[in-house]
Design a protein around this ligand. Structure first.
Ligand code: AMP
Length: 280
């Protein structure tokens, strides 16, 4: 396994693979890898001749008051995990390598970015679309793997690839959870022992929403209200949003439809966590 920090080195490696007719699977990450990331890497490993993983905490997708500086990093541990999963190449650039002086081109998207995380994190998806476009141009993968954990991001990337005619297959992978239900996240490391317990309110409210759907509830508004009420019983949890949206357009809906995305963002102390389910 190679670890490269420059765009030129990655391009040279990928070019050599392509010359041999090998397919390339790509998993973009911000590092501090856990089993959620590992599931994407395994899916990439199973369906491609070569697997590339990027580890880059992208400054452009963080707002000025967000956790860019404190975001957890551990390249050595990440590299060991990647090696054990059969990754061929890690791309780990410095911010200066990705954003040279005078950088001034951006990939932006309307409609899909207006709801959910786009509302509370106004610069986030412009940063995501820009960095993912750049990474796609650098790695030129045949397939790229994204988690359903970031459901809005997955929908946006699929839409972007379609809009901009990028010749890359986007593959969504299911949410990987801890045994007690908490969705795995690099940010879980911010939680104190007490907050870690409180954080279960997210996955439990997701389960409540799923049960209501299974019981035949037809009002998306009722589902959202009941989930909000449930989260409200936990004094240490502060709701950013609980919303039901059209699974394709990400626009808010009143009645249950398929596919429907029910997504939540909740602060536990100062840590903002997200979770969701799709009703399809
Ligand atoms: P991140 O490093 O948080 O930017 O995530 C990199 C990729 O891993 C994204 O496509 C995420 O959706 C995915 N991912 C993160 N956590 C999970 C999880 N618990 N289950 C599945 N995929 C995940």
């Amino acid at each position: 396994m190679k670890i490269e920090g420059t765009i030129a080195a990655v391009r040279a490696q990928v070019k050599a693979w392509k010359k041999e007719g090998l397919s390339v699977g790509f998993v973009p990450t911000m590092g501090y890898l856990h089993e959620g990331h590992a599931s994407l890497i395994k899916a990439a490993r199973a369906n491609n001749d070569r697997v590339a993983v990027s580890i880059f905490v992208n400054p452009m997708q963080f707002g000025p008051t967000e956790d860019l500086a404190s975001y957890p990093r551990d390249l050595e541990k990440d590299a060991a995990l990647c090696e054990s999963l059969g990754v061929d190449l890690i791309f780990h650039p410095e911010p200066e390598e990705m954003y040279h002086e005078g950088f001034s081109s951006f990939v932006d998207m309307s409609v899909l970015t207006e709801e959910l995380c786009g509302l509370s994190r106004p610069v986030h998806f412009r940063g995501v679309c820009t960095v993912v476009s750049k990474l796609f141009n650098i790695v030129q993968p045949d397939r790229a793997y994204f988690g359903q954990k970031d459901a809005q991001q997955l929908a946006i990337i699929k839409h972007m690839v379609d809009d901009l005619n990028m010749d890359i297959e986007i593959i969504g992978c299911p949410i990987i959870r801890e045994e007690d239900g908490l969705a795995k996240s690099s940010r879980n490391t911010y939680l104190s022992a007490e907050e870690r317990q409180v954080a279960l309110i997210l996955s439990r409210s997701i389960r409540l929403g799923q049960e209501l759907c299974q019981q035949g509830e037809t009002s998306a508004e009722v589902i959202v209200e009941k989930m909000k009420e449930f989260i409200g019983t936990e004094p240490m949890a502060r709701i950013d949003y609980v919303k039901a949206v059209d699974g394709l357009t990400m626009q808010q809906i009143k009645e249950v439809k398929k596919p429907m995305l029910v997504a939540i963002a909740v602060y536990i102390g100062t840590t903002r966590l997200i979770d969701n389910f799709i009703w399809d």
